[in-house]
Ligand binder design. Structure first.
Ligand code: DGL
Length: 264
């Protein structure tokens, strides 16, 4: 049996990333771990999120012998990625670099917006990476923590969600960004109302799509990409598999069969 790709998030959000991964790499085996006992990560300190991320990575390496780790959580990517990359020998893919690569490749990138959790924005990880890759861009970051709960409620085509988006994103209308990085795993679900608010002049950069593209390239380059036989996905959570399966369906786009519980 070939080694799977490990994917983790604080909860259901990373399923938007897994969805893109499965669609880009349908023959691959994946194991997804949602840390539902300790969600949300968005308001927690760098020390705490890093400790959680190490516990999860250790578990996936020890029990599943994963060949690559995808940190499918923007907060954990922003706060813990350098530490994870120092500790582990396997490749570790986060959400920040893939988005920044995409922003750097855009023809228009005078102004770039970033939205994410409090932890992601406070870390300055996107700003720092954009400063190095797109030094001429003016970057404005806005934390939008309430969007996580609205996405989990499934409130997409909804007046309250539109009002919250307008409240958070209003500063972007003063100087409309050429690109907006959706720097949180939950935001792809809300792409419709975000696009509606900002208009078509702003390119939305989706961390899930960009990360899947990078994982595809990495697996091909390192020749550990699995191309035969159907792939498979194993789901693990640290609490409440029933809620994970129910809410996660909207993020993954289909039923989540056999969600298993795990103690780290
Ligand atoms: N998955 C988190 C992120 O992408 C959002 C949810 C949380 O705060 O844990 O930042």
């Amino acid at each position: 049996m070939e080694n799977p790709v490990g994917v983790f998030d604080s909860g259901v959000g990373g399923l938007t990333v897994l969805r893109e991964l499965v669609s880009a790499l349908p023959s691959e085996r994946f194991v997804y771990l949602g840390d539902t006992a300790r969600v949300p990560y968005g308001g927690k300190s760098a020390e705490t999120v890093t400790r959680y991320a190490i516990e999860i990575a250790n578990h996936l390496i020890r029990t599943r012998d994963i060949k690559l780790l995808v940190v499918a959580c923007n907060t954990a990517s922003s706060l813990a990625l350098p530490v994870l990359r120092r500790i582990y020998k396997i490749p570790v893919v986060g959400m920040v670099d893939p988005c920044v690569r995409r922003a750097a490749a855009l023809p228009e990138k005078r102004t770039i917006g970033v939205i994410g959790t409090l932890g992601t924005v406070r870390s300055g990880a996107y700003e720092e990476a954009l400063r190095l890759s797109v030094p001429s861009a003016r970057v404005r970051s806005i934390p939008c923590p309430l969007l996580v709960s609205l996405a989990e409620e499934g409130w997409v085509d909804n007046a309250i969600t539109r009002a919250v988006i307008a409240e958070y994103l209003a500063p972007f209308l003063e100087d409309r960004p050429d690109a907006l990085i959706l720097g949180c795993t939950h935001y792809p679900v809300l792409k419709g109302p975000i696009r509606e608010y900002l208009g078509s002049g702003t390119v939305l950069i989706d961390s899930a799509e960009e990360a899947a593209r990078i994982v595809d390239i990495l697996l091909s380059e390192t020749q550990v990409r699995r191309d035969v036989a159907p792939g498979a996905v194993e789901f693990l959570v640290t609490d409440d598999p029933e809620r994970f399966a129910r809410v996660g369906k909207g993020f993954f786009g289909r039923e989540l069969p056999d969600v298993g519980g795990v103690a780290l």
